[in-house]
Design a binder for this molecule. Structure first.
Ligand code: FE
Length: 236
């Protein structure tokens, strides 16, 4: 899946939302429904986007048990919470997911909206079967920014392992086109800072505890064999 397909099927951007396609309510993890559609005139119904692969596709890195819990329970809970806030009038139902993230102050609405976005992005950063590597051109960009591809991975891992508590590690593009490794706590998201996310790794314990127990460094080490570089590069 490239960035455009991600936007269209996740409802993360405005294209999918403006089109108002798809059904209401949470969709099956194996379905093809988009994350968000319109109810009546202006109210957005956010949906759980299906995984872009089967639940067994990331094993042995991440097992089906992990994905069923992480996607089917954790990711889904953020979607359910966000829709509840809209129903209760606590969140603006006329805003797209991106708009909610940008407009909401720190608190439950922002946390759940951003976690819907972050998880959808994370699933798309991974690739069924693993064994992928970046294109020569992108590897050169990473080497230019971070010294070498191996140094990039090492610096990303250091940042991810060093993120205290729950959060995310990111490769982002800044306004000036430069690449940067950042981390965010809890639900925070680089789009709030005007940065363009290219790659993320979920370092909440729920992302790896089933398969790696407390070994976050091992989870990070294994992560690189499963990155969807086509998606990452398309985000540039
Ligand atoms: Fe997560």
């Amino acid at each position: 899946m490239n960035r455009r397909e991600f936007i269209l099927t996740s409802g993360v951007g405005t294209l999918g939302l403006a089109a108002g396609v798809g059904g209401c309510g949470a969709s099956s993890p194996t379905g093809v429904a988009p994350a968000t559609t319109q109810k009546e005139e202006r109210t957005m119904i956010h949906e759980l986007p299906p995984l872009p692969y089967e639940v067994t596709a990331l094993a042995p890195h991440l097992t089906a048990e992990n994905l069923e819990l992480h996607h089917g329970k954790h990711h889904n809970a953020y979607v359910v919470n966000l829709n509840k806030f809209i129903e209760e009038g606590k969140a603006n139902g006329s805003l797209t997911l991106d708009e909610l993230i940008m407009a909401s102050p720190e608190g439950p609405v922002f946390n759940n909206a951003a976690q819907v976005w972050n998880h959808t992005f994370y699933w798309n950063c991974l690739k069924a079967g693993g064994g992928a590597s970046p294109s020569a051109g992108f590897e050169a960009k990473l080497a230019e920014a971070f010294g070498s591809f191996d140094e990039f991975k090492s610096k990303f891992n250091q940042a991810a392992v060093g993120q205290f508590g729950s959060g995310w590690a990111w490769l982002v593009k800044n306004h000036d086109g430069s690449l940067e490794i950042t981390t965010s706590a809890n639900a925070e998201n680089p789009i709030r800072n005007g940065q363009t996310p290219l790659l993320t790794c979920d370092v909440w314990e729920h992302a790896y505890y089933v398969d790696f127990r407390n070994a976050r460094p091992k989870y990070l080490e294994d992560f690189w064999g499963w990155v969807n570089w086509e998606f990452v590069e398309s985000n540039l």
